[in-house]
Design a protein around this ligand. Sequence first.
Ligand SMILES: Nc1ncnc2c1ncn2[C@@H]1O[C@H](COP(=O)(O)OP(=O)(O)OP(=O)(O)O)[C@@H](O)[C@H]1O
Ligand SMILES: [Mg+2]
Length: 219
Amino acid sequence: MRTLAFVNQKGGTGKTTLAACLAVAARDAGERVFLIDMDPQKSLIKWGYRRGDKDLPVETVSPAKLPTVLAALARGNINLVIIDTPATDSPAADAAMACADLTLIPARPTVFDIWSSEMTRGKLKTLGKDFAFILAQCSPMPESARVRDGAAALEAMGMLLQPFVCARVDYQEAAREGMGTTEIDPNGKAAEEMRQLWSSVKRRFTRLKQAEKSTKRAA
Ligand SMILES: Nc1ncnc2c1ncn2[C@@H]1O[C@H](COP(=O)(O)OP(=O)(O)OP(=O)(O)O)[C@@H](O)[C@H]1O
Ligand SMILES: [Mg+2]
């Protein structure tokens, strides 16, 4: 089982939207997915109620209980857990980062969003945990040289997952309907973005597995 957390202290960067749409895309690809909402706003829980899908459960879990709940899920038939966290420096975000195999930091392509993730990045480095940015709510028009250069620098450091997620109505429609973008319009661009993002996350998990194997061999 792999655990993925969406964290960024900055509000409104797309954590909940991406958690929901990526969960659906991963489920479409055959993963057995469980969603955990650690945000007191409970947006993901409400999305789950609207969806009413017992094959894609969404539960609230407290920071103290997270390790026990993940251990129980790992013993069951779930192979992917996606955790949504509040936009604050909180025990919930700390617990999610400590437990996740990979933390994704959605940020709009602006310096304010990137700067506001500094504390999150610092914590992940201290924990020795894998993490990557996702550039979210990007313009569907070709990005400026400034954004492209910033993204290339992040990517060169292994700190950016493709694709750029654009600002598209399908993400808002999907949230409203309790769906993913792959369901709202399977042939749309937002659907393709989520399929690509799931491929990127899977590749990252494969890389993690290889790193874990070589650490074991070295030990
Ligand atoms: N790719 C996108 N295209 C269009 N709208 C988006 C996209 N991603 C998010 N939004 C919209 O931006 C707003 C914030 O998104 P969301 O709630 O997912 O962010 P968040 O990081 O979870 O926020 P919070 O920090 O408050 O939990 C919502 O209104 C959502 O519909
Ligand atoms: Mg949210």
